[in-house]
Design a protein around this ligand. Sequence first.
Ligand code: ADP
Ligand code: GLC
Length: 493
Amino acid sequence: MKVLHVAVEVFPLIKTGGLADVVAALPVALAEQGADIRLLLPGLPAVMDGVQGARTIIDIGSCFGAMRVRLLLARMPGTKLPVYVIDAPYLYRRGGGPYQDAEGEPWPDNMQRFALLGWVAAHLASAEADPLWAPDIVNAHDWHAAMCCAYVAEHAPTPAATVYTVHNLAFQGLFPMTDWSQLGMASRLMSPAGLEFHGQLSFMKAGLQFADHVTTVSPNYAREIGTHEFGCGLDGVLRGRGGSVSGILNGIDTDLWDPATDPAIAQRYDAERLAGKQACRKALQAELGLQDDDDALLITVVSRLTSQKGLDLVLAALPEMLAAGVQLAVQGTGEPALEAAFRMAEQAHPGRVQVFIGYDEARAHRLMAGADAIAVPSRFEPCGLTQMYGLRYGTLPIVRRVGGLADTVTDASEANLAAGTATGFTFDAATPSALARCVGRAAQSRKSPAQWGAMLATAMGRELSWAGPAAQYLALYGEVRAARAARLGHAVA
Ligand code: ADP
Ligand code: GLC
């Protein structure tokens, strides 16, 4: 089975969130199970500088407003996975972020930048870009890669089938309809049954309508996005796809996130040797200038600071949380108002609240190892990885029961405690008081070392690796490929 993964982010080259972690780890897990996996990335500066042994596969010439476009084949640093890179200096070689400029404004040519990504993926799928390798499946991630599904669908002879993975339905890639002519798509697709979404042109819809199969990153989110509450206006489209939408829960890279081997933390530990976790907690308090308080419930937040993540609830519940003996250590970047509010909270509560505006991977590991609990009070959460990093590090998650958070954290209810399945604390209402009550339960639970210790052991023992999810993706690829071959009248080898 040959599979091409198409995305913008991949750890450690480009990362703004969990997408990068998934695109780094899932392909490797698939390769370990025998699949022939390659990546396709736009040639952003960190990609051009980070990949190894790049050579030109084809000179594409000028397209999508760029005069010089080439397709390169290289290897990922570390994993050595083969990676195609689109070298289009005019579109990709610039400072700022992958989607936005340094001021946080979307790049004005994002439509061309990501249409090119989908278009090149479609030409790899049709075996025209690289005569030596063509995929059976193209798995496109998020709206940035979604156009690939429409281009493949519009080119009937393409043998490859498409899978579109939604990591976040809220980011949709909407552009003015006046840009339509630049896509090179038939005008009959300028309709609600095609790519039109409330008068705009939607890359998200290219994936949702035209992929052979749509996956999301947790089974619960797959159900939720078929509802008005979580569907971001696309719930009807998703319901229309019926059984062609399903959820496969993300895994985590259990080598990279392993307290027994983690080079970034003060002392290594595992479920049998928890003294190291205590040492990490003390080291973290010292590093952050938090009071050396053994009784505090030390909660971390490692997150993009956006409304999705519900962190305004943490700010509003802070007085009650502090009264319950909480210490808070935050790392993240995002909306200026949230950044400012967290900075003010830090100033108001020295020794109890510490905030880093920015993102540093090693510090994320130290926070994960040193904290007692991790808060993820999201309004919606397609999967969420940080609560799983928390489970692995014995840092119990305090989460809102939505999306993948509900699929990965088992509440410390009396029944679950008795059954020995509890791994964290969940709440339902997106209100400061519901969060504060949940944090209060966690603080209470930590006062019972037997109860806390049992939960820690269950959490740290949870199977979180990519092996299971990768097997599910491979089974799905097999089905999707067979269905496409049947439609085209081919036999599947
Ligand atoms: P999301 O992808 O919605 O941000 P996840 O929980 O799936 O949420 O993944 C978050 C990942 O991104 C984690 O590896 C986390 O350490 C990292 N991360 C959190 N905040 C930032 C940030 N501001 N910039 C870059 N990476 C971040
Ligand atoms: C998105 C989602 C997050 C998910 C990640 C990786 O960024 O917001 O919930 O874990 O993608 O799939």
